[in-house]
Design a protein around this ligand. Structure first.
Ligand code: SF4
Length: 71
């Protein structure tokens, strides 16, 4: 089942952890603020099952809850 992932760039403190744990999903803008690697303009994205473990890890590591998950 797909999972919906949302990002809240206003909360992001540019720590870089999410892209360490899920580099195929998360990337940064020029100020280090989170965005989706494949869809830089989007604030939400469906995560395929094969990537849900790494995204869950990134979600847990984000210190400011700038990554949200909904199933
Ligand atoms: S882990 Fe959270 S605070 Fe750190 S870069 Fe990613 S979204 Fe931003």
């Amino acid at each position: 089942m797909s999972q919906l992932c949302k990002i809240v760039p206003e909360r992001c403190i540019a720590c870089g952890l999410c892209a360490v744990y899920a580099p195929e999903i998360f990337d940064y803008d020029e100020e280090g603020i989170v965005l989706f690697a494949q869809e830089p303009e989007a604030h939400q994205q469906f995560i395929p099952e094969a990537k849900q473990d790494v995204v869950l890890n990134a979600y847990k590591k984000c210190p400011v809850r700038a990554i949200l998950l909904e199933s």
